[in-house]
Design a binder for this molecule. Structure first.
Ligand SMILES: Cc1cc2nc3c(=O)[nH]c(=O)nc-3n(C[C@H](O)[C@H](O)[C@H](O)COP(=O)(O)OP(=O)(O)OC[C@H]3O[C@@H](n4cnc5c(N)ncnc54)[C@H](O)[C@@H]3O)c2cc1C
Length: 374
């Protein structure tokens, strides 16, 4: 069965990897970017924070997707590492969220109980426990000030992964399993036919020629919207911009550190000296409108990070960047469904702020959609 996947970001790559493990599928991935290492879109901008357990929600479909996907990472990472022979930068130190109000910390008790039943641990730390466990946070201005953190929630099972390294590994293993990966190959049109009440895509038109498909997966991030428009079933997506920074400390930190967040901003340790800080959330003024990175928001992010860790004031800024998150318009993220009116087209897109976290479960859901329709 020929399966065409449009998009080789983290979502398309996870789907290619997942399907490549099952014999009925012959997979082709097409991506318009120049190579596996260049011109990344949303995936190249992501911080790779995999935050599922540390979520105040007690139940719901989206929470379930997050928790399941986080669980899948625990077997996915060793599997990819074993096949490629290359370790992946996967931070198993958990995520620490600082709390600034006593009521906020108390509110987590109920979530802690529910998560325990779901198989996830959350530790509630008072201020003394926080400083004892994470002495490096003594440098936090926020802890010393009147409005300092009064405690924290620590989630040992949440994770962080380098999104680019992950995506490259997923594509590499998919290729080892027989998938064909084509870069510099934008898809721009389709040949369709109709049977009974449904249409189907028979051929995909790329710059390098036409290819016959039995199934088409649209996993093209923001590029999914124009593709669905070409199929006359527009799925509206709009970009939400995020900016981030890469800083290098002068002195290395000694202890392995978790991702630390104040609820809005994330400090993501990359090594003993290096840290990513992100990310702003900047909306277009109108749907379809252009968004330019706002330098004031980047500066505010940096100040927020220094308030959390004063050693960052002397750190060197190695890089700043921005990216566009694909957000569905007037519906919840993500979209994982057959395209309305089509028998053999699946859309896996609109993952907004959690595409890296949700990539493994998205790939499983896509495989289920294909096998249920067989
Ligand atoms: C600053 C920032 C921080 C983030 N942090 C996190 C985080 O910590 N955790 C998390 O889970 N998520 C995070 N995200 C969100 C995450 O990046 C996205 O949800 C995810 O990368 C979406 O992946 P994707 O594969 O759908 O899209 P993309 O990565 O955009 O990939 C789509 C691919 O499709 C290709 N394409 C598009 N159109 C065509 C076409 N017509 N033909 C061929 N190819 C095409 C593009 O070239 C691209 O490679 C962050 C995002 C940003 C911007």
């Amino acid at each position: 069965m020929q399966v065409g996947i449009i998009g080789g970001g983290v979502i398309g790559a996870a789907i290619a990897f997942e399907l490549s493990q099952y014999s009925p599928y012959q997979i082709s991935v097409w991506d318009g970017r120049s190579s596996v290492a260049h011109q990344w879109q949303a995936t190249g901008a992501a911080l790779g924070v995999l935050m599922a357990a540390l979520n105040p929600k007690l139940k719901g479909k989206h929470l379930q997707l997050r928790l399941e996907s986080l669980g899948l990472y625990e077997t996915l990472i060793p599997q990819l590492e074993a096949i490629t022979g290359t370790p992946l930068p996967y931070n198993r130190q958990g995520i620490l969220q600082l709390c600034f109000e006593e009521t906020e910390l108390q509110g987590w008790h109920k979530t802690q109980q529910v998560r325990a039943k779901q198989g996830f641990q959350l530790d509630l730390l008072n201020r003394d426990q926080l400083l004892e466990t994470y002495p490096q946070l003594q440098t936090a201005h926020l802890l010393g000030s009147q409005q300092g953190a009064i405690g924290a929630i620590y989630s040992p099972q949440d994770r962080q992964i380098n999104p680019v390294a992950l995506t490259q590994a997923l594509l590499q293993v998919a290729q080892i399993n027989g998938a064909e990966i084509h870069f510099k190959t934008p898809v721009y049109d389709f040949q369709t036919s109709a049977k009974d009440d449904f249409k189907q895509v028979d051929r995909v038109h790329t710059d390098r020629g036409d290819v016959a498909v039995d199934w088409l997966i649209i996993a093209a991030g923001l590029g999914s919207m124009p593709l669905t428009t070409t199929l006359q079933q527009t799925i509206p997506l709009y970009p939400v911009l995020g900016q981030a920074l890469h800083l290098q400390r002068k002195t290395p930190t000694s202890a392995p550190i978790p991702v630390v967040t104040d609820g809005g901003m994330y400090l993501v340790p990359i090594s003993a000296t290096d840290v990513w800080i992100g990310a702003t959330v900047e909306f277009p003024t109108a749907v379809g409108g252009q968004i330019d990175p706002d330098p004031h928001q980047l500066q505010a992010l940096l100040e927020q990070a220094i308030a959390l860790d004063s050693t960052l004031a002397a750190a060197e800024i190695l890089r700043t960047w921005s990216g566009l998150r694909p957000r569905p318009h007037e519906r919840a993220a993500p979209i994982i469904e057959t395209l309305p009116g089509y028998r053999n087209v699946v859309v896996a897109s609109g993952h907004y702020r959690n595409g890296v976290l949700l990539a493994p479960i998205t790939a499983q859901k896509v495989r289920q959609l294909l096998s249920n329709s067989a």
